[in-house]
Structure formats: C-alpha cells, structure tokens
Design a protein around this ligand. Sequence first.
Ligand SMILES: C[S@@+](CC[C@H](N)C(=O)[O-])C[C@H]1O[C@@H](n2cnc3c(N)ncnc32)[C@H](O)[C@@H]1O
Length: 152
Amino acid sequence: MKLARLRGLLRQFAAPRNRVAPAACGTFFPDRESPQLCAAEAEIVDRFHSLFYERWRDGTADTVNLSWLGYNVRKCALDLWIYQELLVRTRPDVVVETGTLFGGSALYFASILDLLGHGSIVTVDIEERDGRPQHPRITYLTGSSADPQIVR
Ligand SMILES: C[S@@+](CC[C@H](N)C(=O)[O-])C[C@H]1O[C@@H](n2cnc3c(N)ncnc32)[C@H](O)[C@@H]1O
C-alpha cells in the first residue's frame, strides 16, 4: 500500500465522525431595526417579492428553487443570510421548523449549527418524502405542526 493512501486511511479513522470543529465566531451583529420605508421604497420591496415569487409560481423563472449542498431549499437566499445571523446571535439548543418539504432548509440550519458546534433541528411536515438529507442534528417528524401530539 502506498504511503499516501495509508496516511489518508489513518486520517479518516482518527477523525471524529460527524463532527465539525466549531467556527471562531466574532461579535459583529448589524442593527437590523432599520427606519420605516417610505412609500416608494416599500413599493420596490413589493415589486421584488412579486418578481421573485410570481415568476416562480407561473413557471417563468426558477427563483425560489435554491440548492444547499445539493438539496432543494424553497426560500429567498436573502432570508437564509438573516437566519444565519439569528442562529449565530442566539445559539439555540433546538430549532423547530414547520414545513420540511425536501429537507434542504433543515440541512442548511444543521450546517450552521455544525459550524457553531451546538444545537439540533426538529422539522415537521404533514407529508413524508424520500430522499431527504440525513444528518445527526436533524430529527424529522411527520404530522401537523398544529397537532398537540406533535407539539408535545
Ligand atoms: C414552503 S414548503 C417548506 C419549504 C422548506 N422549509 C424549504 O425551505 O425548503 C411548505 C411545507 O409545509 C408543509 N405543511 C403544510 N401544512 C403543514 C402543517 N400543518 N404542519 C406541518 N407542515 C405543513 C407542506 O407539506 C410543505 O412541505
């Protein structure tokens, strides 16, 4: 066996499984309480939303279909950035997601929690789907997020 291959195998077995060293997080958190938009600015936001969601709904553009590590996430990428800021700021023990769909957003949250080295995600959907990402921080529940048993 070649030495390089042997070294690779040793590294692989010596490394802890499913663990990522926590990232060195800083303390810079911008103030997100921006002043109220004037009518013209609010219209730009509305028009952006129309363009982003309606073009996707009517099939003219694939805007909402994002990909995270190869899994479908149905979001606006700008929201994902804000989720990341919230997770780093609040360091939650558990993230509860209502509406799993393909599991891409659950994997996104799990990836950020991996970087923080803390937390897990419980994600609920009324439908079960094959091919969702498997990750040690993700727990899938099937049922309605409004069902008391699921809440419990
Ligand atoms: C917009 S998709 C979720 C997108 C996903 N979080 C993502 O970012 O890729 C909405 C999901 O909510 C689920 N859903 C609808 N009603 C629900 C309920 N009462 N409880 C849980 N999930 C529900 C639907 O089955 C659907 O998969």
